[in-house]
Ligand binder design. Structure first.
Ligand code: NAD
Length: 247
């Protein structure tokens, strides 16, 4: 049987062509879920949804806008009647050092990654009346700081997501809503592509025992596990998908 047969799922930031969210949407669709892709641009979100299969939908939603989050979830409920899984994947990075972070930088990065995760969860939870699963996208940057892509404010936002994951997991466990996080390591997507010299890349790969970058599909496998009943007794936890980077 398919792992997500008959489930409905929302994936935020799911329209980036080489992105993690899109790979999750595809894997969810392959496992029998109906998927709503939320992203900034309506046309891109709709096209992506169509590309992964006929019964899916794309909705424009800026996750930093609380009304937009509620509106998007309402649209899904109106169309499908219920919601089983929310994947809070939308995120942005800024390669800044601490002393260069201006208030606007801080707001942008904290808003999309952390505030967006809270707002979408607030909108989704009341509809998960038969239980449900929320999968939050954190990062190895939360666990060991930095890296060259996200700044310290990104590390802080992703660490904040781990705190939010645990607090909300505790709060909603009695209602059968499981809330977990994924901490990807170095994954080859648009966030990481084209911004690296060969030397930088070799340096990163030396820190990864498995000796390769991860793929969006590597992360998607973990998201399928956390969204499905295979992880029925997992809540408030985080799973590293990093090729052994923290060993
Ligand atoms: P990506 O840039 O390819 O995709 C991110 C998507 O989020 C884009 O489609 C973008 O339009 C969307 N988005 C941005 N702001 C939004 C907003 N306000 N509302 C709705 N959607 C918005 O990035 P990716 O590499 O696929 O990363 C996906 C997630 O994984 C992010 O949360 C990122 O921080 C996290 N992550 C990535 C890596 C990596 O190495 N690529 C590592 C660890 C964690």
């Amino acid at each position: 049987a398919l792992l997500l047969d008959g489930k409905t799922a929302i994936i935020t930031g799911g329209a980036s062509p080489r992105g993690i969210g899109r790979a999750i949407a595809q894997s969810y669709a392959d496992q029998g879920a109906r998927v709503a892709i939320l992203d900034l641009d309506a046309e891109t979100a709709s096209r992506t949804a169509t590309e992964i299969g006929a019964q899916h939908t794309g909705i424009a939603c800026d996750v930093t806008d609380r009304n937009a989050c509620e509106e998007a979830v309402s649209q899904v409920i109106a169309a499908w009647g219920w919601l089983d899984i929310l994947v809070n994947n939308a995120g942005i990075t800024q390669p800044l050092k601490s002393l260069d972070i201006a208030p606007d930088h801080y707001d942008a990065v904290l808003d999309v990654n952390l505030r967006g995760t809270l707002y979408m969860s607030q909108a989704a939870v009341p509809h998960m009346t038969q239980g449900g699963a929320i999968v939050n996208m954190s990062s190895v940057s939360a666990q060991r700081g930095g890296g060259i892509f996200g700044g310290p404010h990104y590390s802080a936002a992703k660490a904040g997501i781990l705190g939010l994951t645990k607090a909300m997991a505790r709060e909603f466990a009695p209602q059968g809503i499981r809330i977990n996080a994924i901490c990807p390591g170095f994954i080859a997507t648009d966030i990481t592509a084209g911004k690296l010299t060969d030397e930088m890349k070799a340096d990163i790969l030396r820190g990864i025992p498995m000796g390769r970058a991860g793929t969006a599909v590597d992360v998607a496998g973990c998201a399928v596990f956390l969204g499905s009943d295979l992880s029925a007794y997992c809540t408030g936890t985080e799973i590293d998908v990093n090729g052994g980077s923290l060993i």
